[in-house]
Design a protein around this ligand. Structure first.
Ligand SMILES: [Zn+2]
Length: 569
């Protein structure tokens, strides 16, 4: 019986594989710089994007973005625009809310019953293809061929997040791999901050404005679009999701097993592009042996906004196009992925809402079941292990060259062009696995003088209450033996050595702050507040001043955030 079912399964697999090959044979696949002719459709001059008006040699400024949105507004009833924040250089970051019928507030979006999806570009302005593709997506949803997506979704689109970096145009030097667009924004905001390292510390105006918007509108899916530099893989676009091991597993599993494969197939059959996981091949010699998230700088840390968003029990996606194709090709690759993703999400809206709700419910239930007894744990850190062997599309060589007498970069003919080779037996190093863990408390308690930390938790959408009378709490206290700086990925991080006490009882006066962990944001609260999380509040220096004032770094000191199990009798 067992053998028979195995044979039947094999026959089914063979049939599916054959169908896949036939489908692939029917679909023309575009490699290198190729795009289908007329792929963006025909539009009136006021709805053309800056790249379309400049033969794909320029990208938009924020002023051009505002003008373009104003033009689109005149063509549709289904567009509302919100302002996420005003930047340090006094520029407004808009987000379009596309819905049918139109909604103009988070309350209306919620009562419509349709999930909200949030797509964002230009967190890194030199990586402008997602931003430009998002305008084309907005155009299709509001006045074009993809209006039907709004039957089931509210789509929020913030094409330009780093508005100040976007408007700081510089002549590009080819460092990202391609010669177009000829001038680009800069990566950092006007204060020199990389906004995609703000996921935990939230110090910039921009990140706080974004998080305020996310807290209010509660999207079930958040996408952030990027560009890699010159690469040797054969994919037009790559995608990844949250890999912070402390995040609820449900949404991540759904994406890896269900959503990503389906969207990948749709991008292939509907747009003629091959896309795959956001990774890079290693080593740098032929043939590659591994396909590694780490190599692509996609660590398991929450500093990336997409990784951090996964701590909310929601779907989070990063897309990264390779750097060497033309600007038009890169925009097409982002556009194709966005449309295929929105079509999938629209068709599976109820199913995806159920996954998110279950992750919320499970998070609360686990705290109620195990936190008081001290049996619930979660991960402080992790690493990537093998998810199995894969076939990889890759090029043996990919060489850059300057156009003679210029600083314009292009690809040396005969390298990284045309169909790539299929490399078998490549180790897929993309499976995040927790390595260190700690108990999850029933409550975190913060003394009254940590009001700034309480505010930062609230900025992350974590529910924090203020005690109106003193509470005696039984729980664990962490003693810091050593506090020292660690340099990691270009950042000065803080590390604490120390130990947790056995259960003790401690009194917290009125005015102290309490985080009841029976809330959907428990995984995030745990990761930010645990003294030894890989990149929580301690890691990012958010607690440095508080800890130094307590003498940490010079002598043994008590970590001021207490892990309460139960109210003492
Ligand atoms: Zn980037």
């Amino acid at each position: 019986m067992r053998r028979l079912s195995h044979l039947l399964t094999s026959a089914l697999v063979l049939a599916v594989a054959t169908a896949g090959i036939l489908a692939a044979q029917q679909t023309k696949i575009y490699w290198g710089d190729e795009v289908p002719s007329g792929w963006a459709g025909k539009w009136s001059p006021d709805l053309l994007t800056v790249p379309e008006r400049t033969d794909f040699t320029r990208t938009m400024s924020t002023l051009q973005l505002h003008e373009w949105i104003a033009a689109l507004k005149l063509k549709t009833e289904n567009l509302h625009v919100i302002q996420m924040f005003t930047s340090p250089l006094r520029k407004v970051a808009p987000a379009m809310v596309l819905s049918n019928p139109r909604v103009t507030s988070p309350q209306q979006a919620r009562s419509s019953g349709k999930p909200v999806v949030f797509l964002m570009g230009n967190i890194h302005p030199p990586e402008a293809e997602a931003a430009e593709a998002l305008l084309m997506v907005a155009r299709d949803l509001a006045a074009g061929k993809h209006k039907a997506i709004l039957d089931n979704l509210t789509v929020m689109i913030a094409p330009v997040f780093n508005v100040d970096g976007t408007d700081t145009f510089v002549t590009q030097n080819g460092g990202l791999g391609s010669e177009t667009p000829h001038i680009l924004g800069v990566r950092e905001n006007s204060e020199g901050l990389d906004l995609n390292r703000e996921g935990v510390k939230l110090v910039s105006v921009e990140a706080n404005g974004l998080y305020r918007t996310l807290n209010q509108w509660d999207p079930i899916l958040f996408l952030d679009g990027h560009l890699m530099s010159r690469v040797s893989h054969g994919y037009a676009n790559t995608y990844g999701t949250t890999t912070v091991p402390a995040a609820a597993p449900g949404p991540r599993t759904y994406m890896e097993e269900t959503l990503f494969p389906a969207v990948r197939d749709a991008v292939r059959s509907n747009f003629g592009l091959e896309v795959f996981t956001h990774s890079l091949a290693t080593p740098n010699t032929w043939p590659p042996r591994a396909w590694s998230h780490d190599r692509a700088a996609w660590t398991v840390e929450a500093k990336f906004v997409v990784n951090d968003f996964g701590l909310r029990n929601r779907f989070a996606i990063i897309t990264e196009t390779p750097g060497q194709p033309t600007f038009e090709r890169r925009i097409y690759a982002q556009y194709a992925y966005f449309i295929a993703l929105l079509q999938y999400t629209s068709a599976h809206a109820a199913e995806m809402q159920a996954v998110v709700k279950k992750a919320d419910d499970d998070t609360v239930a686990a705290v109620l079941a195990g936190a008081e007894a001290g049996t619930l744990t979660n991960f402080l850190d992790g690493e990537y292990q093998s998810a199995g062997k894969i076939e990889l599309l890759a090029y043996r060589t990919n060489e850059a060259q300057y156009k003679p007498g210029t600083s314009l970069m292009s690809t040396k003919p005969g390298t990284a062009s045309g169909p790539p080779e299929v490399v078998p037996d490549v180790d897929d190093l993309t499976k995040p696995v927790g390595t260190r863990s700690a108990t999850v408390p029933r409550y975190y308690l913060l003394p009254p003088d940590l009001a700034d930390i309480a505010d930062k938790l609230r900025a992350h959408n974590i529910r924090v209450t203020t005690l109106d009378k003193a509470v005696r709490m039984e729980g664990e206290q962490f003693t810091i033996d050593r506090m020292y700086p660690t340099r990691r990925s270009g950042y000065d991080m803080t590390t604490l050595d120390g130990t947790f006490s056995p259960l003790i009882t401690k009194e917290f006066p009125a005015g102290s702050f309490q985080v009841d962990m029976a809330q959907p944001m428990a995984n995030a609260a745990f990761y930010y507040l645990e003294p030894q999380a890989r990149d929580g509040f301690v890691g990012w220096g958010v607690m440095d001043d508080v800890l130094k004032a307590l003498g940490a770094g010079e002598r043994s000191a008590v970590y001021p955030v207490f892990k309460g199990r139960r109210i003492a009798p």
